[in-house]
Design a binder for this molecule. Sequence first.
Ligand code: CTP
Length: 490
Amino acid sequence: MASITIRNLDDEVKDLLRQLAAENGCSMEEQARAMIRAAVEGRAGQADRIDQIERTLRALIGPERQTTPVSVGSSMPSIRGAFSGKRILLIIGGGIAAYKALDLIRRLRERGASVRVVMTAAAQEFVTTLSVGALSAGHVFTELFDRNDEHDVGHIRLSREADLLVVAPATADLMAKLANGHANDLASTVLLATDKKVLMAPAMNPKMWSHPATRRNRATLQKDGIVFVGPARGEMAESNEAGEGRMAEPLEIVAAVEAMLDEKPKPLAGRRIIVTSGPTHEPIDPVRYIANRSSGKQGHAIAAALAKLGADVRLVSGPVNIADPAGVATTHVETAAAMKDAVESLLPADAAVFVAAVADWRTANAAGEKIKKVAGKGPPVLQMVENPDILGGVGHHSQRPGLVVGFAAETQDLIGNAEAKLKKKGADLIVANDVSHESGIGLSGVMGGDRNKVRIVSRTGVEEWPEMGKDEVAARLAALIAERLQTVVV
Ligand code: CTP
């Protein structure tokens, strides 16, 4: 942390700091550092005093200087990049994930966007307007009616003067308000009054996310054209809580913003494309299952890349720890059988891309109760049966999409095996990975890793692509699919 020059502070602030430092038995500088840290982390301790200092600082900074970068903001580079000239209105809802909004502001501004921020009352319990104002280099809007605030521009202007609205974190309450047309504070009023595109990054307890009311609200909002990014699965801030509900990471939100601001031509507009991704989990009993190491990174990246080209992407994902790609309608499944049903219910489609690492076998009879160790009986014997071949089924389906793409991870005879799968499964293209040790990436490198090296096997030949990041493989494959679909008669 940069050094703090206490003597440069105003007397009133110095007095407050001195008082608190004396109470806590530390130096004024240590006290200031602790308070800045607490404010940034959104900790509640000494909140009143922090607010008191914040208000004093605001008064001292004055209206003109608040609109130019101050403190943290002044040292932040304004890289003119992808979002140059774009105006984003960020609405921060009240949740522990609000701290991630600070990094999001930084990431958006780094790319050249200007960021105006609205905070709900609850959001201010988690992060302070001072940190948000410093990072966004502007006034933070919190009140629907504030006649005394010279910055008050009104909810209509806030919406009019933005190219895109981002709600992060989007709480269950904010979602419910917009889904039902409520407007009783600044955030909900701006959301109801806008005709601009809206991106929501939900964050909440998994039980709240899976509640029928929230699911209903999400479906309504999606129908109304609201785009969602996340939430992801994982550990929650509350101890012993895990599941779906973690806010997407700032860079994932930035990627979603990029896709929404992208005005390039969309070669896949009007095309429905099914993508499978991730592993499947095959139950042994209620607490145990058979799985594999697939992370879903490549499949999700392909779904995102196809959506970026304008496709109506339907992703069917096995259990993964990454967020649903923005703007992609995602169905979550556990088993191969459920994945097959979900895929078939999405037919007809223009294309289908099978990236999932589907378990080849499942147990013949998953136990209804947890299998217990019984002294002298030895380990249980699992009887396995083959899972349905989802790609094979769709490749030979009466509603077969015009373009069917499969994947093949092989350790030997890459091209021979890929060509055999192409034929057997009725695919048009097989994306083949050499996952042998000699390839340099290996199976453990591809599964869960960020890089991939593939060959595209079709009836007319084999095309070798250099090793690249999974996002690049996805972008190149999406472009190839767009090109192929233009020549497919539908
Ligand atoms: N696939 C599928 N359903 C299955 C198995 C595989 O849809 N039950 C798809 C995968 O998504 C991938 C392709 O088929 O696109 C090839 O998967 P792979 O595991 O390489 O092939 P398998 O048919 O399982 O053959 P093997 O494991 O014997 O190589």
